[in-house]
Every structure is written in structure tokens, then in C-alpha cells.
Design a protein around this ligand. Structure first.
Ligand SMILES: [Fe+2]
Length: 433
């Protein structure tokens, strides 16, 4: 066994621990009644997420990688995300909070034992480079972000708090020109990249302009004040139908406050900050704003080229700032702050062309449907991505303030229905050059 393998083992253990600390914070912030409550039909009870995280860890690390006996085979069906809709999970005979905590701790002990003995440097593709462990780390962190979104939807006094995000040294506005030509999209080399990020392939992108920052609350408020929600010219037919049916008048959690707007964030209501990115808007709202502004949403390929393409070398990098791992100075990630930061707050994370905050702050809607790349092969199971391919889902990129660094990178792809806005979604605009 090499030093690198031992380093990887230590890193996996540290990442598993970090994810569990976050899950614990999110589930200990509320009482048992709150843990089993259905805060929104769009979300599971928090206690379901917790035990589901343990169940996936059991399935992949304990049973599959470790070849060990099942801890609780009898509960697999309850925690299979494909068997029960989120709105129905509360009525299931779920583990109660104490049982769920005991279960995830028991699974974790066994998973760490499996990690100790796993040959990370050889053998099965599932285990090579610690992939299965990385997948489980990302899965737990993804559910932590989901649980954070549930926190945003719960009512009652606030239970989460954080310092405000850093203020920008200088405000970033305007757009940059991304030259036309091919670039490498996706990856073959990122060890913990998921199946839908693979394989790396060349994509030709025509020249385009992209905003240096995400659309702000101030800019979005101007769209509302200009009657944007009442003018079907800016909306697609499907978008307008949805706007009418759902009675949309602004981002989720906004209230009009005289001539301005306030927003409720994790139980606290305050005036919206004009130069912070707008959050909790759906795809239809994002596209309507873009059309009103004389622009459009970027395609997924445009977003990734703006984020990864290095004009000096022609290479695609792991992140906008280069290949170096995420540091706190690069991006607003990991729930360190409970809201997105103003454009210019993370200058060290900018791309070579001067596009800011592509990683962190808000998930950014793109205009692209979710599809497999040419040569896509499902791994390790079809239900991770492939069953979602098609025109029903739009791709989101870049992660939010609630996304952990382990669960986002320049190639990372998220997807959701165009009407969804309970996740931490915003957008930036682009236009043809
Ligand atoms: Fe899951």
C-alpha cells in the first residue's frame, strides 16, 4: 500500500466525519416533533433523510463494498427514494428519531471498518480511488443541502444562524465575451465525478457574452416593478401557464414591503439586499427575466466553458480558479453563511475571463435539458442519473451556499423540474455575440 492510498483513506474518513457532523447539526437543531413533521409536500420529514443517508451507506459501503451482512434489510423499502413520493413518507412506519440516530451510527461504525480494510488502489471500479466512499460522502452532503432546504420551508422560530457573508471589495457587474471554439466538457479524470459528468468530450461553442455575476435581487425587483409577472411576452407558453396557475408574483419567500421587498430566510424576515443574487426562482421565472432583459439563459455547455476553459492553455480546469481544491476564499459553499453573497465577495474564485462566483452562492439554471453525454454509461446504477434524462428536467450548475465543496465542481450537474424553487436557485444571463 502506498502513501497516497493511505492519504486517500484518511481523506475519506475525514470527509465522512464532516458530512455526519453537518447531518447532526441539521437534525439536532429541531425537536423530535419537528423531525417527523412534513414541512412541505415537496420535502421528506427530516428523519427520513437521516435514515435514508444511513441506508444508502449500508447498501453501498457495508453490503456491496464490504460484503458484510445487512444491518437492517427490513427497512430498505421504506428508504428507497423511488418507492415512495416525498409527500407520502411521513405516513410510513419510519424509524423514530432515536432509532434513526442509532441506525446511522451503527452503519457508520461498520462502514469505517470496511474503509480500513478496503484496497483502494486496485480491484473493482466501484472501490478504485475510493469512488464508492466519495459517492456516499456526496450523497450525505446532498441530503444535507436538501435538509437545509426543508429548514427554509419550516415555520416557527429560527433555529439556524450564521455570520453574514463577506461584503465585496468592489461590486462586479457587466458581462464578458467568451470566444467561440471547441472546449472539453465533462471529465474522465476527476476521481469522484458521477456518471453524468462523464465522459470528457469536445464541444464547439459559438462566441457568446455571459454576465460576470448572477442576477441580483435589485435587478430582479426591477423586473417585478416593470410588470414582468403580468406580461406574457416575456414568458414561454408553459411558463405563463405555470405563472397563472401557481399565482406567482415574485421569488418564493418574498413579501412586498411598501415600495420595496422583504424576504424570510430560515425564519427571519428582513429587507432583501439589492446586490445579493436572487434566490428561490424557478426556471420559468429565470427565462422570463432574461427575455425581459434582452438576454437568455446560458446553455449548459456555455456555462461550463465560462467556468472551466482557460484561454491561455485551451485546457478545461477543475474549477474557475484552476485545479486547486476548494478553499474558503474561493466560494460561498458549505452552509458557512445562510445566504448567497454579493457579486465580488469572492474575487479569488473568479475565472480567467473574469466571471465571478460560478461555484457557490446559488445554483444557476441553464437552458439545457438533462441528457447523458455522448458515450454515457450508467455507473454504478441507472437510478443515479439515467432515469432522469429527457425533456422534463433542466440542468442547474455551480452549487449554492448550501452545497458542500465535496459535492460540486466545474463538471458537476444538478437537475430539477422547471417549476421548482424550494432549492437555492438563481441564474445569470447570457447572449449571442
Ligand atoms: Fe438519496
Amino acid at each position: 500500500m502506498t502513501i497516497e492510498t493511505e492519504r486517500l483513506r484518511d481523506r475519506v474518513a475525514a470527509e465522512l466525519l464532516r458530512a455526519r457532523e453537518r447531518s447532526t447539526r441539521l437534525t439536532e437543531a429541531v425537536d423530535d416533533d419537528d423531525l417527523v413533521a412534513q414541512h412541505s409536500p415537496l420535502m421528506s420529514p427530516l428523519v427520513w433523510d437521516l435514515a435514508h443517508v444511513g441506508n444508502q451507506e449500508e447498501l453501498w459501503l457495508v453490503r456491496d463494498v464490504g460484503g458484510r451482512a445487512a444491518v437492517r434489510q427490513d427497512i430498505d423499502e421504506l428508504y428507497d427514494a423511488f418507492k415512495h413520493a416525498r409527500r407520502d413518507r411521513r405516513a410510513l412506519p419510519l424509524l423514530n428519531p432515536a432509532e434513526a440516530r442509532r441506525y446511522v451510527a451503527q452503519v457508520r461504525d461498520k462502514a469505517l471498518d470496511v474503509l480500513d480494510r478496503a484496497r483502494l488502489d486496485q480491484g473493482r471500479r466501484l472501490v478504485a480511488d475510493g469512488f464508492a466512499f466519495g459517492m456516499i460522502v456526496q450523497h450525505e452532503q446532498q441530503h444535507d443541502e436538501t435538509m437545509l432546504a426543508t429548514h427554509q420551508l419550516r415555520s416557527g422560530p429560527p433555529v439556524l444562524s450564521a455570520a453574514p457573508p463577506p461584503a465585496p471589495a468592489s461590486v462586479v457587474t457587466g458581462e464578458v465575451l467568451v470566444p467561440g471554439g471547441p472546449f472539453t466538457m465533462g471529465t474522465d479524470t476527476e476521481a469522484w465525478a458521477l456518471d453524468n459528468e462523464r465522459p470528457a468530450h469536445q464541444v464547439f461553442v459559438a462566441p457568446f457574452h455571459i454576465d460576470r455575476a448572477a442576477v441580483t435581487n435589485g435587478a430582479y425587483a426591477a423586473f417585478i416593478e416593470a410588470g414582468g409577472y403580468d406580461d406574457p411576452r416575456w414568458w414561454t407558453a408553459a411558463g405563463w401557464d405555470h405563472r397563472q396557475e401557481a399565482g406567482l408574483t415574485g421569488p418564493a419567500h418574498w413579501q412586498r414591503d411598501g415600495s420595496s421587498f422583504a424576504a424570510t430566510t430560515f425564519g427571519r424576515t428582513a429587507p432583501v439586499v439589492a446586490d445579493e443574487p436572487v434566490v428561490h426562482v424557478g426556471f420559468h421565472e429565470a427565462s422570463a427575466y432574461a427575455k425581459w432583459a434582452g438576454k437568455r439563459l446560458p446553455t449548459e455547455a456555455e456555462w461550463e466553458k465560462a467556468a472551466r476553459w482557460d484561454p491561455a492553455t485551451g485546457r478545461s480546469r477543475r474549477y474557475p480558479w484552476g485545479d486547486a481544491a476548494v478553499e474558503s476564499r474561493h466560494a460561498n459553499l458549505g452552509q458557512r453563511f445562510l445566504r448567497p453573497s454579493a457579486a465580488g465577495a469572492f474575487p479569488d474564485g473568479a475565472s480567467p475571463l473574469g466571471v465571478h462566483q460560478l461555484i457557490g452562492d446559488v445554483w444557476e439554471w441553464t437552458s439545457s435539458d438533462f441528457h447523458g453525454y455522448p458515450g454515457f454509461a450508467a455507473f454504478p446504477y441507472r437510478e443515479y442519473s439515467e432515469v432522469f434524462f429527457g425533456p422534463d428536467y433542466k440542468v442547474l450548475r455551480g452549487g449554492s451556499f448550501g452545497t458542500d465543496a465535496s459535492a460540486v465542481r466545474g463538471t458537476f450537474r444538478n437537475w430539477d423540474y422547471p417549476i421548482r424553487r424550494q432549492i437555492f436557485t438563481g441564474f445569470r444571463c447570457a447572449r449571442d455575440a
